[in-house]
Design a protein around this ligand. Structure first.
Ligand SMILES: Nc1ncnc2c1ncn2[C@@H]1O[C@H](COP(=O)(O)OP(=O)(O)OP(=O)(O)O)[C@@H](O)[C@H]1O
Ligand SMILES: [Mg+2]
Length: 452
């Protein structure tokens, strides 16, 4: 990852340098073209002026002198030859006629004509006839102009270096930032994933609590959620395996004992043996169903579903309607205290929760009955609500209170599987709520559900 990032940045830097070099070359070329272009223009003007000094078949020396003056002022040393190769006039001849102030000025601009050096020649024509040649050589310039040109070229090179530093520095800083903000969280995520792969399901990737979450934050959150799911799965598997083996052993031992008694022919009442075996098999079936229920409650952590709006009164009425008859048969009442109110909840889960609480209340109450209360729970805001299931039953001993929600915990004479309240607690938590219990032995129990 890091190597790839650095490679990418090196490519970016190289591209930046390449474009800078191309850019600098183009600018310098343009500049040189410009300088050359103006030089050619000047030469053209000097030639035109020299040709103009040839009048009526002969050179007008005064005009020619004037032309060579111009030449000097434009920065060229010149001399003119006629068709026979004789020198007509040269810049050095002209110098003597130059007025002193002009000469001084020129002296400061150019190295004055020496007659030496390499000259280029151009043919001179008047009306299609060759009249001679113009020899020309740029004077070496003094003063500011060459310095300016050199400064321009230097600036070009400086520009290249500075832009390289900016591009290179920028890319380096970016590479660092990327490493910190991209590579480091990924590294942490990888080490957490490796820890989980080794079987440490408690490993989590540190997730930043930012308001604006990027893909990486979301990936971390999803990863942590997945890790938690795995941890739960693992805990459930361990728990269930040990509890199930334990719970299965008793009925299976009883069944085995009864079967051995038949084998040995030591049974007095075969019907009772069959009854016993059937009862134990029913226990096993009930246990399997209970395990299914708790597994699906656990699994609902992953499939939370969607909240729907329901009228809580109607909802509770529909549950008690089914149970009223059995309560009546046992001589127990079901009282409801609460008004019609709309709540947002997970109806299927709430249904299982209430049914379990009511079944327990029914099972562990011999006199009186059960009261269901509900209403808004103002502590946590407008949408919060509570439901209380209170019975007048035998109550729970104080030391057992904290164990009632444990899986497979059951009272001596429960006859159940000890899974009901474990399922209730799991579901309530998945729904984002909490459950509280208080009870007094001999007086009754009260289970309260709070939902936000
Ligand atoms: N309303 C109650 N009054 C008195 N004791 C209770 C009440 N509810 C639960 N308990 C105690 O808590 C234990 C656990 O309850 P839970 O519902 O988990 O299991 P269960 O009812 O025994 O079996 P299952 O619900 O799996 O059929 C019960 O066995 C009982 O001892
Ligand atoms: Mg129960």
């Amino acid at each position: 990852m890091r190597t790839k990032l650095f490679l990418a940045f090196i490519i970016i830097i190289s591209l930046a340098i390449l474009s800078n070099i191309v850019f600098e070359r183009l600018i310098l070329k343009d500049f040189n073209d410009f300088v050359m272009g103006t030089r050619e223009d000047r030469i053209y003007w000097i030639m035109a002026s020299v040709e103009g000094s040839f009048r009526e078949g002969q050179w007008d020396i005064n005009a020619l002198r004037e032309s060579l003056h111009w030449g000097l002022m434009l920065g060229f040393e010149t001399y003119v030859e006629d068709t026979d190769g004789n020198r007509v006039i040269s810049s050095t001849d002209v110098l003597s006629t130059l007025n002193p102030s002009m000469l001084k000025r020129m002296n400061s601009l150019f190295k004055l004509p020496s007659g030496r050096g390499e000259f280029t020649w151009y043919p001179l024509y008047v009306e299609g006839m060759e009249i001679g040649r113009l020899y020309l050589r740029p004077l070496e310039r003094l003063g500011l102009t060459p310095i300016k040109e050199e400064i321009f070229r230097k600036r070009g090179r400086e520009f290249l270096i500075i832009s390289f530093l900016i591009a290179g520095g920028g890319a380096f800083i970016l590479a660092l930032l990327f490493t910190i903000f991209l590579s480091n969280p990924l590294k942490r995520l990888t080490s957490s994933a490796e820890a989980i792969a080794r079987g440490d399901f408690s490993a989590r990737a540190p997730s930043p609590h930012r308001r604006l979450k990027d893909e990486l934050d979301r990936l971390t959150e999803t990863f942590n959620y997945m890790a938690e799911a795995l941890q739960r799965e693992d805990a459930l598997r361990r728990h269930l395996t040990s509890n199930i083996t334990h719970e299965l052993r008793t009925p299976l031992t009883i069944i085995k004992g009864n079967l051995e008694a038949i084998e040995d022919g030591v049974i007095s009442d075969p019907n009772e043996v069959i009854r016993n075996i059937k009862m134990e098999i029913d226990r096993i079936i009930s246990l399997v169903e209970g395990v299914e229920d708790i597994t699906s409650a656990e699994a609902s952590f992953f499939k939370r579903g969607k909240k729907t709006e329901i009228d809580l009164k109607e909802f509770i009425d529909s549950i008690t309607e089914i149970m009223e008859k059995v309560f009546e048969e046992k001589g127990l009442f079901i009282k409801k205290e609460g008004r019609s109110m709309i709540v947002r909840t997970y109806p299927e889960k709430l249904h299982i929760v209430l049914k379990n609480l009511l079944t327990n209340a029914y099972k562990f109450t011999d006199r009186g009955g059960v009261t269901i209360r509900w209403g808004r729970h103002h502590d946590t805001g407008g949408s919060a609500f509570f439901i209380t299931v209170q019975d007048t039953g035998r109550g729970i001993r104080e030391e057992d209170l904290k164990r009632v929600f444990d899986r497979f915990y059951k009272g001596m004479d429960s006859g159940g599987r000890g899974l009901g309240l474990a399922i209730v607690k799991e579901l309530v938590e998945v729904m984002g709520g909490r459950i509280e219990v208080d009870s007094k032995e001999g007086e009754g129990s009260r289970f309260t559900l709070y939902f936000g």
